[in-house]
Write a protein that binds this ligand. Structure first.
Ligand code: ZN
Length: 475
């Protein structure tokens, strides 16, 4: 029996504002516990919330990028429940009238795109953070009142891989807009999934479970794959799926039941009496629209047409705005964009990944990289030596010309110089020379290697091949 998974996602993104959503406390992550608090975010009696305008702006900006309709009237509501990390006993959130409604994101390649619907985008405040230890539980209220954006997708996703692609795409949009730093490990981007399976062709949805605690893209895909298999196995063996919340246990590679969700919570929502409705004018939306940068998809398409590079390259180069800018700066200085792309995707990204740093902090400027490419083109250094120069540039931040000069890495182009080295190598390898002359011509590769070794890779390989063949033919 074939089953079809049905997946919907709920994503929480902490907005990168300087201060919290309803007070002036700092949102900075690395602070002493409970120091970034005040009567408002601690929920002390009589304290009144004041809405941070930036939060609405960031919300509108994101909603526009997700093709949502922007609500002109926004109302915040109280979502009432008790939990130790929620000092007020309620969370201020948007309920009936969310900021954004009915949008979409396209995933997949150009000729095979799937449209994934966005049900809603709303704004709310984060709760505090609980830390469970052997000697008891601790609470940190630094996180209470950090602005959160909740984005809910339609149940349009059908595979774990698509779900991952959706979140990656959403993350790129948030990063390009600078509204969230999207650090899944630190929890600034959190993702929960609703999953069910149904027999292929069925119209009705199956019973769904909610999977939480997937704090990396890799874990997310693994967790969803596991949960899909678990549900199919359960149904195939005659069992039934219970509506419940399950946690991904990375160490064991399984999802485990956290709590059953047989009955819906009643949060007793009502409009927050301490905040007035937020009216969003058309003009305000249009002003914000003008601040939206070129998004990854548009940039990717432009890179393909403007620089004539493969789609794959364009995709890699647009994974971040900084990387895309770096590539464009290089492409302005060196006309062969594909060569630029090869060096960035190969050598540069490898070094950056090894060091776990960022392109912003890279010691090789676009000018240095393209100067080096120019030196290869002019034959001053070989492509092989260039890799050595590149490593040196990366470590020291020195200009390629200086490195070549200092280390004597200039390519040997003088035929006489190369010829005399060839003669030396031939004299030292009489057996190989004899074999070549007996018809084992493949052995030339060995002799070329010896010449290159002798010159520490600096001899021009084409010249070495040509001159060596000439010398071997001469008796
Ligand atoms: Zn505060």
């Amino acid at each position: 029996m074939q089953y079809e998974p049905v997946i919907g996602l709920e994503i929480h993104a902490q907005l990168k504002t300087n201060t919290k959503i309803f007070c002036n406390c700092s949102t900075s992550f690395d602070q002493q516990p409970n120091l970034s608090t005040c009567p408002v975010c601690l929920g002390l009696p009589g304290a009144l919330p004041v809405l941070n305008k930036k939060v609405i702006e960031y919300g509108i900006k994101t909603a526009l990028c997700l093709n949502c309709k922007i609500a002109d009237k926004n109302i915040f509501a109280r979502k009432n429940y008790f939990y130790p990390d929620l000092p007020k006993g309620y969370q201020i959130s948007q309920f009936e009238l969310p900021l954004g409604l009915g949008g979409f994101i396209n995933i997949g390649e150009k000729d095979n795109q799937k449209r994934i619907g966005i049900t809603r985008l709303h704004l709310e405040e984060d709760a505090g953070k609980l830390l469970h230890r052997a000697d008891g539980s601790l609470v940190d209220f630094n996180r209470t009142g950090i602005p959160l954006m909740e984005i809910v997708s339609e149940p349009d996703l059908r595979t774990a891989k698509d779900a991952k692609e959706f979140v990656v795409k959403l993350r790129d949009i948030l990063l390009y807009n600078g509204v969230c730093d999207c650090n899944m490990e630190q929890g600034s981007l959190r993702c929960d999934a609703n999953i069910s399976v149904r027999k292929a062709g069925a119209k009705e949805f199956g019973v769904k479970t909610e999977v939480k605690n997937m704090n990396s893209f890799r874990f997310m895909q693994k967790a969803l794959e596991y949960e899909i298999e678990r549900q199919i196995d359960e149904l195939e063996s005659g069992g039934r799926i219970i509506q419940e919340t399950r946690l991904w246990d990375e160490a064991k590679g399984v999802t485990v039941s956290m709590r059953s969700k047989e009955e819906a919570h009643d949060y007793r929502y009502f409009p927050e009496p301490d905040l007035v409705p937020v009216m969003v004018s058309v003009q305000w939306v249009e002003d914000i629209r003008k601040t939206i940068p070129e998004l990854p998809d548009e940039k990717k398409e432009r890179f393909v047409s403007q620089y004539n590079i493969p789609e794959y390259d364009a995709k890699v180069l647009t994974t971040s705005r900084d990387l895309a800018d770096y590539f464009e700066d290089c492409a302005k200085l060196y006309s062969d964009a594909k060569i630029v792309s090869n060096w960035i995707m190969g050598e540069l990204l490898r070094e950056i990944k090894n060091d776990n740093t960022d392109i912003k902090d890279c010691s090789i400027t676009p000018k240095m990289l393209t100067d080096m490419l120019g030196l290869i083109k002019k034959g001053v250094i070989s492509g092989k030596i260039a890799k050595q120069v590149f490593e040196d540039m990366y470590k020291t931040g020195d200009a390629p010309q200086d490195i070549i000069e200092k280390k004597g890495l200039k390519q040997i182009m003088d035929p006489n110089a190369i010829r005399s080295i060839i003669k030396e190598i031939m004299a030292g390898n009489p057996k190989q020379v004899r074999l070549y002359r007996q018809g084992k011509t493949k052995i030339i590769g060995y002799l070329v290697g010896q010449v290159m070794k002798h010159t520490k890779g600096k001899a021009n390989p084409q010249l070495v091949n040509k001159l060596l063949a000439e010398e071997l033919k001469r008796d």
